[in-house]
Design a protein around this ligand. Sequence first.
Ligand SMILES: [Zn+2]
Length: 216
Amino acid sequence: MTGAAHPIIADSELDSYIACPSCDALLRDRDVGAGDIASCPRCHSVIEAPRPLAMTRIIMLAFAALILLFGALFFPFLELEAAGMVRRATLFDTVAVYSSGLNAPLSYGMAALIIVIPLVRFASLLYVLGPMALGWYPLRFAAPVFRYAETLRPWAMVEVFLVGVAVALVKVAGLAHVSLGPAFWAFSALVVVTVFKDNFMSRVTVWKTLDTRRRS
Ligand SMILES: [Zn+2]
């Protein structure tokens, strides 16, 4: 190809397009009223579905998730009983026990994926959406914070961890009597709450609200 490259869409027109979050199809943006649903014509995923109080719901779910995560950390996760010996362990203990020697990288990696990253995501959602739900201006750096929180999304592996625990339980059940502690249930609830929260949250709506309420 020779000659100067010409952009397919002029800069001035870029603002009137949005990309489908699932399949990257380029779509012309339009105003979506409350109660309406805008979906992608190619992959049919919902792009925008403004609901009254949606922001408040997401805030409440993120807050609930944060509390559940703390519960999951500090309450006993499992109780093992074998030959008259009872052992209780919290997730925090588990990470601490393996925090030296060859297991340390694995232990810190696990802690990052199931504790730190989810924690950062919930906290940043509260930071970004909290002021919006109240009708205030977005806080400083709300846009970059939201962008990074979204980048971290695939790395929050709470549900993967729970599947791993289930597999391990089947193995251990033959060797010792295992009972599940409150933290296990807090973790399970956390998975459900996270799914609901991610379903409620329309990224496009968040970006639009950030855009219109940006401090000038
Ligand atoms: Zn699509």
